[in-house]
Ligand binder design. Structure first.
Ligand SMILES: [Zn+2]
Length: 108
């Protein structure tokens, strides 16, 4: 799996900074760690390591949004205008709707 590098670049860089409202540094840091395959990344809310993430976007460009959530406490966050890096979990908008992704969670 290629190193995704700086997650803020993967998520759209300056464009993300302008759009996230408000940016959640802890969720973004956890997402970056997941993208780097860091083991045992803890949920910023409950500290459980059961974090999941998925990019949902247009099939051709892989641009859309990314969500990260805790399977344990069902809290999470999302960032819009993100491009799925190679190898990251990705669903097209249509597939995500069919598969019920992302699952419902409380945005925190
Ligand atoms: Zn949690």
């Amino acid at each position: 799996m290629p190193d995704p590098g700086d997650v803020t670049d993967d998520l759209g860089g300056d464009e993300l900074a302008d759009r996230a409202s408000p940016p959640s540094g802890e969720w973004l840091a956890a997402l970056g760690a997941l993208l780097r395959d860091v083991p045992g990344v803890a949920c910023p809310v409950c500290a459980s390591p059961d974090l999941r993430h998925v990019f949902v976007g247009e099939a051709g460009t892989r641009i859309g949004f990314v969500t990260i959530w805790s399977e344990h406490c069902r809290r999470g966050f999302w960032f819009s205008r993100a491009r799925a890096p190679a190898g990251a979990p990705f669903c097209s908008f249509a597939d995500a709707e069919r598969q019920g992704l992302p699952p419902s969670f409380v945005v925190q």
